[in-house]
Design a protein around this ligand. Structure first.
Ligand code: 6GU
Length: 239
């Protein structure tokens, strides 16, 4: 069971994205829980303002420390001091998210995601509450909501009970460091293309060997970086 807590100015966007399909089912069944906290609900400003100009000048507005800190405190208080919790700030300046980080975070009981907007968040509150700064890749997005949703999807599918039997097999191919082999369903011939004969043979050992070969070939062609890592890891085993 992992509890995801998302601090955001756009709670509807996050809830919409995470309540469909597999994650929605998992939340209903209790394998995970997902809650959003609207940072705007915590502002002390009488007009509901959560941002202001930056000291030193320059374009753009910054999210202020006070509403972010108070929104965080409301969640931290409910989690309680006896349960450790990581606070992930989504930012292009963070460490790039990867499968290994997803694996590690899936072991936690509570994860807090802090989504920034505008030009970012006042550095002082980040210093006090954030434990992990994470990016999802080298491109710029308008806010941290989509990155938080991407991370939550990747983490949640690793939590026991979230995927059902038919769905769980897919974990292994990328977990292994190789890309997925090509797959086929009915009919046997479509647009004059035949399904590879070996897949119809019923010989499971041959099918497995063919799939591994396809995975290796694809990884070598499309992701030479992953292929080099795989070779390194398996060279040691062979000795
Ligand atoms: Cl985490 N945030 C924003 N705003 N842009 C990004 C990102 C995060 N990761 C990649 N681009």
């Amino acid at each position: 069971m992992v509890a995801f807590h998302i601090l955001t100015l756009f709670p509807e966007m996050v809830m919409q994205g995470l309540s469909a399909s597999i994650l929605g089912r998992a939340a209903k069944s209790g394998c995970i829980s997902i809650e959003t906290v609207n940072i705007r609900d915590y502002t002390l400003d009488k007009h509901g303002k959560v941002d202001d100009y930056t000291y030193g000048g320059g374009a753009g507005m910054l999210m202020q420390a006070q509403p972010v800190y108070d929104a965080y405190q409301s969640v931290a208080g409910r989690i309680g001091q006896e349960r450790a919790h990581r606070v992930v700030y989504l930012t292009p300046q963070g460490k790039t998210f990867c499968q290994e980080m997803a694996q590690e975070m899936a072991q936690e009981s509570d994860l807090i995601f802090l989504c920034g907007h505008y030009e970012g968040i006042d550095e002082r509150v980040l210093e006090e509450i954030v434990t992990d700064e994470v990016s999802i890749g080298d491109y710029v997005l308008t806010g941290g909501e989509l990155p938080a949703m991407v991370m939550i999807d990747a983490i949640a599918r690793l939590v026991p009970g979230v995927l059902h039997n038919g769905e769980s097999a897919q974990t292994e191919s990328f977990g292994d460091g190789l890309l997925e082999y090509p797959q086929y369903s009915r009919p046997e011939v479509w647009h004059e293309k035949r399904v590879p004969e070996i897949l119809l043979s019923g010989d499971h050992a041959k099918v497995d060997a063919w799939r591994l070969e396809q995975s290796l070939q694809r990884t070598k062609e499309r992701r030479p970086d992953l292929y080099a890592k795989y070779q390194e890891a398996h060279a040691v085993e062979k000795k």
